[in-house]
Design a protein around this ligand. Structure first.
Ligand code: HEC
Ligand code: HEC
Ligand code: HEC
Ligand code: HEC
Ligand code: HEC
Ligand code: HEC
Ligand code: HEC
Ligand code: HEC
Length: 469
């Protein structure tokens, strides 16, 4: 009987303690939090509990930035709706964040990332919307590039356009992008954004395998072996000061060095754009339009400044010679000739030129620059020999000699037999001839000097001898 009483008292005490702790947890809402945000928590603490827990874990929690500070909307906003006595919006756009983070906002809006929603009408877009189908674009392209968010009459967002955190999303308030593309809600941790996986949602796959390239590079190897020494949770994150084991994507493209501040313009340290069929210096397009932008030389200097926390200037300068060499090789040997020939064939109507992707040559050329050509160039940019070689130049070479040129020749044969556009045929033939007169291509036609042939034969025999041992 006595035992039962004690048991009862213990249970009662425990219950009381639990109630006090529970109450305290509730009370741990800072009294400085706005009344509006406190009201949100009344329901959302139980309604969507994980969301509130993540917010509690964030730096915003400690800084009194509550639900209402971010979700409040002007009743005139297109996506504003009345919600339990408050005017709110579901999307917290970059413009909303800019109330407190003006610098990050401005840098982001000026970056190429912010423009990633402008892909409508591009060649890839025809592929996504038409050749594949609109829902492929909704679930595919736009989840990386960003949708144009549309709002229903009641302020809710249409299922064709949201959920979406594409990097160049066009928001109902006209601002571009989604900060939550890199800063997952509601913890908004810098630590998460600093990891390569964060960029890897979008920067991977056959046409821009930066994530895979990083993983196979010495930098990726050093990162994964030493994550615990990366100091990812530190509020200050200066390379060479707060960490030293390895660089991540953010280190090289965004984060602070001893001399440079953090930037939210990911293009501000790269000197080339390796995306188009023929690579260009990154400021070339702007210069051609007469616009003044940060020069490619200044951008390259900034990237070198990142490297200088861990490498000597000789090491880094030599790397850039190797890298530029690979880009020139791609451009001059394959990119430029293939593009000139392709444009002439298509432009003069030797294949249909009002519809993309209905001719085999269009697919072949697309693989050449958009997949293999980018892989070779990006592999060289970020230290991944397998992407540069076997997934890159090897496949470019095979595509060029074994598919592209033979397909063009077939088109010319057909045109000749049918008597189609003889002028264009002659022009394409001249371009092919010019291409194969280049020293780099002479091996293919066999038009090589006796000297070169003999040197190659000798090298081959020596190689065989070495391996025969
Ligand atoms: C009276 C309870 C209550 C209050 C107070 C409240 N909410 Fe909600 N809220 C809800 C419920 C319930 C949902 C719907 C949850 C669901 O669909 O699973 C919701 C949904 C939402 C949504 C998503 C809307 C959508 O459909 O896209 C947002 C954003 C939101 N609340 C923010 C807030 C903010 C900010 C506050 C404070 C200004 C707040 N809520 C106050 C109960 C409440
Ligand atoms: C720092 C700003 C910020 C704060 C603080 C904040 N949110 Fe959000 N919230 C966002 C962003 C950004 C999104 C993502 C919207 C989008 O772009 O799709 C979001 C999305 C949401 C959604 C819809 C997403 C879903 O998965 O259903 C709800 C509901 C929501 N927030 C409720 C809350 C509540 C409740 C609080 C307070 C505990 C809160 N938010 C605090 C920025 C914030
Ligand atoms: C009302 C002002 C306010 C708004 C709105 C706001 N923030 Fe913040 N944010 C802050 C403050 C203050 C801090 C610094 C907190 C600290 O240092 O403890 C902060 C810190 C951060 C950090 C650093 C976190 C870390 O781990 O170091 C990120 C990232 C961030 N905010 C992103 C956002 C994003 C994205 C939005 C919009 C969706 C947003 N903020 C909206 C005030 C705001
Ligand atoms: C997994 C995410 C992802 C998907 C899905 C995706 N893209 Fe991209 N796209 C990217 C990234 C990342 C880049 C930039 C690569 C770089 O700079 O190396 C890019 C580059 C581009 C470019 C080149 C832009 C320029 O400035 O030259 C176009 C155009 C494009 N994508 C259109 C599309 C279309 C259309 C689709 C759907 C058919 C699509 N993308 C699917 C992530 C994606
Ligand atoms: C491409 C990914 C990416 C996007 C998009 C992005 N950020 Fe960041 N952000 C980062 C990374 C990475 C860091 C951490 C960098 C560091 O500390 O070295 C960061 C850090 C921050 C910080 C902390 C700054 C400091 O000085 O500690 C704030 C605030 C912030 N971001 C706000 C924003 C806002 C607002 C947006 C939208 C306009 C945004 N970010 C969009 C990647 C991104
Ligand atoms: C949600 C998808 C997404 C995420 C996440 C993302 N990016 Fe991008 N990024 C893109 C797209 C799409 C483009 C191409 C934009 C275009 O050309 O229109 C791009 C372009 C770039 C460029 C080329 C910029 C230029 O000026 O030419 C760099 C560098 C880059 N991203 C680095 C990063 C880094 C580093 C991270 C992570 C910290 C990151 N990105 C996260 C989608 C993303
Ligand atoms: C050690 C530094 C370093 C790291 C780590 C790194 N990059 Fe790069 N990245 C570079 C350099 C150098 C270039 C080429 C710069 C130039 O053009 O001058 C580049 C180029 C790029 C480009 C431009 C491609 C184009 O279309 O022109 C993108 C996008 C990119 N990196 C994304 C990433 C992503 C995503 C990660 C992580 C998975 C990453 N980088 C990791 C140094 C780095
Ligand atoms: C945080 C330090 C750090 C930064 C920043 C950094 N690296 Fe490295 N880098 C390393 C480490 C560690 C290795 C591996 C060293 C080894 O293998 O002994 C490495 C290796 C390399 C290699 C050799 C690759 C190989 O396969 O042998 C090259 C080239 C290189 N880095 C270039 C660069 C360039 C260029 C930059 C700037 C764009 C840069 N690194 C930025 C730490 C860094």
């Amino acid at each position: 009987m006595k035992g039962f009483k004690i048991f009862f008292i213990v249970v009662a005490v425990l219950l009381l303690a639990a109630m006090v702790i529970a109450k305290q947890e509730y009370r741990s809402i800072p009294s400085t939090l706005t009344e509006e945000s406190k009201a949100c928590l009344e329901c959302h603490e139980t309604e969507i509990p994980a969301m509130v827990k993540e917010w509690r874990y964030s730096r915003h929690y400690g800084a009194n930035v509550g639900c209402y500070e971010c979700h409040a909307a002007d009743p005139k906003d297109v996506d504003a709706f009345e919600h339990n006595g408050f005017n709110i919006a579901t999307i917290v756009s970059p413009k909303d964040c800019s109330k407190c983070h003006q610098t990050e906002y401005q840098e982001f809006q000026d970056s190429h990332h912010a423009d990633a929603g402008n892909i409508l009408g591009s060649l890839d877009n025809v592929l996504g919307e038409v050749v594949e189908g609109p829902m492929a674009a909704v679930n595919g392209c736009k989840q990386c590039h960003g949708s144009i968010v549309e709002v229903n009459d009641d302020g809710t967002l249409t299922p064709e356009t949201w959920p979406n955190t594409g990097i160049g999303r066009i928001n109902p308030d006209g601002s571009k992008g989604a900060c939550s593309a890199c800063h997952s809600r509601h913890s908004f941790e810098a630590a998460l954004a600093r990891q390569p996986e964060n960029c890897g949602k979008c920067h991977l796959g056959p046409d821009h395998p930066q994530k895979e390239i990083y993983e196979e590079s010495k930098h990726g190897i050093a990162y994964y072996a030493n994550i615990d020494r990366m100091n990812l949770n530190s509020s200050s994150w200066v390379v060479g000061v707060d960490y030293s084991a390895a660089p991540t994507c953010a280190t090289c493209h965004m984060s602070a060095t001893r001399d440079l501040p953090l930037t939210h313009d990911v293009g501000s340290r790269i000197s080339w754009t390796l995306r188009p069929p023929v690579s260009q210096k990154i400021d070339a397009a702007a210069k051609a339009k007469g616009k003044v932008v940060k020069s490619w030389e200044d951008r390259r200097d900034d990237m070198k400044n990142v490297c200088s926390a861990c490498h000597t200037s000789n090491y880094v300068d030599n790397f850039y010679v190797q890298f530029d060499g690979a880009i020139d090789l791609y451009n001059n040997k394959f990119g430029k000739p293939a593009t000139a020939i392709y444009k002439k064939v298509r432009g003069s109507g030797l294949i249909t030129n009002d519809t993309n992707f209905d001719d085999e040559l269009e697919w072949t050329y697309f693989y050449l620059w958009h997949h293999e050509g980018r892989r070779a160039r990006m592999g060289a940019a970020m230290f991944a020999p397998d992407y540069t070689q076997w997934h890159g130049f090897y496949e470019i070479a095979e595509r060029f000699y074994m598919e592209f040129i033979p397909q063009v020749n077939e088109i010319l044969e057909h045109a000749k037999a049918e008597g189609i556009n003889p002028t264009a045929v002659a022009e394409v033939e001249a371009l092919i001839k010019k291409t194969f007169e280049m020293d780099e291509h002479k091996w293919f036609t066999g038009d090589v000097s006796a000297e070169d042939k003999a040197a190659r034969k000798k090298a081959r025999e020596e190689f065989k001898k070495r391996y025969a041992k």
